[in-house]
Design a binder for this molecule. Sequence first.
Ligand SMILES: *[C@@H]1O[C@H](CO)[C@@H](O)[C@H](O)[C@H]1NC(C)=O
Ligand SMILES: *[C@@H]1O[C@H](CO)[C@@H](O)[C@H](O)[C@H]1NC(C)=O
Ligand SMILES: *[C@@H]1O[C@H](CO)[C@@H](O)[C@H](O)[C@H]1NC(C)=O
Ligand SMILES: *[C@@H]1O[C@H](CO)[C@@H](O)[C@H](O)[C@H]1NC(C)=O
Ligand SMILES: *[C@@H]1O[C@H](CO)[C@@H](O)[C@H](O)[C@H]1NC(C)=O
Ligand SMILES: *[C@@H]1O[C@H](CO)[C@@H](O)[C@H](O)[C@H]1NC(C)=O
Ligand SMILES: *[C@@H]1O[C@H](CO)[C@@H](O)[C@H](O)[C@H]1NC(C)=O
Ligand SMILES: *[C@@H]1O[C@H](CO)[C@@H](O)[C@H](O)[C@H]1NC(C)=O
Length: 444
Amino acid sequence: MAAAILTVISFFILLCAAFAPSITPPSQDPWYDQPSNISDYAAGELIRSRSVPPQLVSLSSLQVNVSVKAVYQYLFRTTDGLGDAVASAVTLIEPCNSDPSKLVGYQAFYDSANVDCSPSYTLRADNKNLGFFSSGQNVSEDIPFIAAALNLGWWVFSTDYEGLKAEFTAGLQSGHAVLDSTRVVLDEGPSVGLSGNPQYVLWGYSGGALASTWAAELQPSYAPELKYAGVAVGGTTPNISAVLQTINNGSHAGLAFSGIYGQSKAFPNLTEWLDANLISSKSAQFYSIASGCLSQAASEGNGQDFYTYFKDGEASLYEAAPRSIFQWSGQMGIHGTPTAPLFVYKATGDEISAVADTDALVEKYCAAGARIEYHRDLVGNHETEAISGSASALEWISDRLNGKAVSSGCSTKNVSLSSLSNETAALLGEEMFTILETDLGGML
Ligand SMILES: *[C@@H]1O[C@H](CO)[C@@H](O)[C@H](O)[C@H]1NC(C)=O
Ligand SMILES: *[C@@H]1O[C@H](CO)[C@@H](O)[C@H](O)[C@H]1NC(C)=O
Ligand SMILES: *[C@@H]1O[C@H](CO)[C@@H](O)[C@H](O)[C@H]1NC(C)=O
Ligand SMILES: *[C@@H]1O[C@H](CO)[C@@H](O)[C@H](O)[C@H]1NC(C)=O
Ligand SMILES: *[C@@H]1O[C@H](CO)[C@@H](O)[C@H](O)[C@H]1NC(C)=O
Ligand SMILES: *[C@@H]1O[C@H](CO)[C@@H](O)[C@H](O)[C@H]1NC(C)=O
Ligand SMILES: *[C@@H]1O[C@H](CO)[C@@H](O)[C@H](O)[C@H]1NC(C)=O
Ligand SMILES: *[C@@H]1O[C@H](CO)[C@@H](O)[C@H](O)[C@H]1NC(C)=O
């Protein structure tokens, strides 16, 4: 299904350049070096910038490169989960025939504790094909949605929100990085043609929703000056402990390995705990799974019983260090209430994070005054919702970028792929809409 969508989208993108030299992964590229005086920089301040060849990874098996007008990258200062100053990178993409008043922060679900899987590298043409995404594809399944946004003339930025240590699932680090990347893009964008006063939104699915929801929750306290017109999040994972339990032994078990490794990079006491609790004869295999890009972690971790890697099995995970970290850096809804309007979409059959956890999060935010439109999709699972739900998210985002007001308060709707409305068709273009309808038709 994804391949078909990729093929179609590639035809929509204007090809307006055709050159890119080979590129160096972040772990070996000095451009990513964090300066020793990092704490002298203000949160969201530019450290360095560069312009890279305006070519994104191929979106199709036809190997057509996606060209855009320009691609800029900024290294900026943000704040990690311990409150320390750290650097992170963001990529700003200008489409051909852009509308400089519209800006989308799209957080990719790169879901990896390896910095070489960061979108500032994997989005670019000629990356080393580390197996960025799902089976057989070296292209992010969410790239079609970046492409759809670009095709509508919107500027897009995508943040390496896990930071230079690739702290996958670390909520505070991820949220801060999204907020600080917004700051640097708003500051630096106008010098390359972005409006000085654009409408801007955040969008993300799954791991990208983790970063975007944490950003929305932390925004009132950490970046009160930012005024997102909206934040669209799907396939949300409000409670990381619960996700670990849900995915263990199944096809997504690999995420448990990279998730806990990612958190351990953020918190030294979790690293100590990991060192003390991993069964030494299984440690090499643990880190092999935990260090892969998403598709490698998924295939190596497939069906694994994560608990068997620890000396006390499942009980190890309930010790003080992991418990405190999961509560502090893996649980949404305890660090604030989003003031930006939210669109939340979630399949009731989501097999990675139970819908009840998202129901509870929405309820908690709403009780504290948030404005949320919540779509519970009665059809499908985590994978199908990424496609069908994102189509309705695109429509909602379009309304926000066009300045359409949201109603106050919260509304919850049970939907059955009804999000694929005629308006969505108009927005996506008939060809992509037809593909979606065809691929999802069996479920309609
Ligand atoms: C896509 O871009 C890469 C990087 O410049 C280049 O090596 C490759 O030949 C291009 N592919 C096509 C189909 O143009
Ligand atoms: C950090 O150090 C570099 C190199 O010495 C210097 O150019 C830069 O201005 C310093 N940045 C800040 C924010 O002090
Ligand atoms: C993805 O990358 C791997 C490693 O470079 C390569 O073996 C594989 O053929 C690629 N798959 C596709 C669909 O391009
Ligand atoms: C998160 O999930 C864990 C494991 O299921 C559970 O013990 C905990 O109560 C949950 N936290 C919240 C706030 O729901
Ligand atoms: C995982 O699967 C194994 C068998 O492969 C089983 O023994 C174990 O109880 C399962 N663990 C959980 C937590 O379901
Ligand atoms: C681990 O470190 C974090 C961050 O400093 C802290 O909040 C937490 O309480 C610590 N956990 C334990 C068990 O000491
Ligand atoms: C949505 O469906 C659930 C059952 O799946 C039901 O409990 C709930 O009341 C419904 N909500 C709305 C807003 O219709
Ligand atoms: C949606 O489009 C179809 C085909 O063009 C048309 O038959 C139908 O009436 C439209 N529905 C609405 C609600 O506009």
